[in-house]
Write a protein that binds this ligand. Structure first.
Ligand SMILES: C[S@@+](CC[C@H](N)C(=O)[O-])C[C@H]1O[C@@H](n2cnc3c(N)ncnc32)[C@H](O)[C@@H]1O
Length: 197
């Protein structure tokens, strides 16, 4: 099996999903997929969906690429890019059925908060790219960041909070396993885009 790392023909025009994935299926995006623990699990257990794993670290993606090829998964692609740019500029409107954003970099120092992924512009782009009724799933170990995300989602006026996804142990990401093993709390959220806004 060839690499599943996808390089778009250019970095300014919206992706053509038909050239990214071999088969047309609903698309979910794992933002900051890291070592791919969740991505590999979900792609194996949900073969009727396509999954795009996004990360800015090429070395991590190369390792995930190897695992995907070893498992022979044809419903996953990886892209090395800054996630906020991808979602703002390259993901076509109303084309994603769910986002998974697990342990986005926390930037805990107040002076670094502006580097965090979530902002009102980011939430607007989640909304733009999600299909009506599409979902955003978030997990973080930072309580203040979790509250901030909840506020941004609520202020958007188009996302409603609902019960978080319940996933089996095998679906846990590498970061979640580490935090839970250290006895730390993790905060999970799920928001659904309104059907008609
Ligand atoms: C804290 S790790 C979490 C990885 C994985 N989701 C997990 O839970 O194990 C954050 C990951 O997101 C990636 N990342 C952080 N900010 C990013 C951004 N703006 N665009 C793309 N990738 C990003 C990092 O390279 C890293 O692999």
């Amino acid at each position: 099996m060839e690499t599943v790392l996808y390089t778009p023909p250019n970095w300014i025009e919206p992706l053509n999903w038909q050239s990214v994935f071999a088969k047309s299926r609903p698309i979910e995006v794992d933002v900051g997929c890291g070592k791919g623990g969740f991505l590999l699990w979900v792609a194996q257990t949900q073969p009727d969906q396509n999954f795009l794993g996004v990360d800015r670290l090429l070395l991590r993606l190369r390792k995930v690429d190897k695992k995907i090829r070893r498992f022979g998964l044809s419903n996953v692609r990886l892209i090395r890019i800054e996630a906020s740019y991808l979602i703002a500029k390259l993901i076509p409107e109303s084309s994603v059925s769910a986002y998974h954003i697990y342990f986005p970099d926390p930037w805990p120092k107040r002076r670094h908060h502006r580097r965090r992924l979530f902002s009102s512009a980011f939430v607007r782009n989640l909304r733009r790219t999600l299909q009506p009724s599409g979902a955003v799933n978030v997990t973080t170990d930072q309580e203040d960041y979790f509250r901030e995300i909840g506020t941004l989602m609520q202020e958007s006026g188009v996302f409603a909070a609902e019960s978080p996804l319940t996933l089996p142990d095998e679906a846990r990401t590498e970061f979640e396993r580490e935090f839970l093993a250290a006895g730390m709390l993790v905060f999970r959220g799920r928001w659904r885009r309104a059907a008609c806004v």
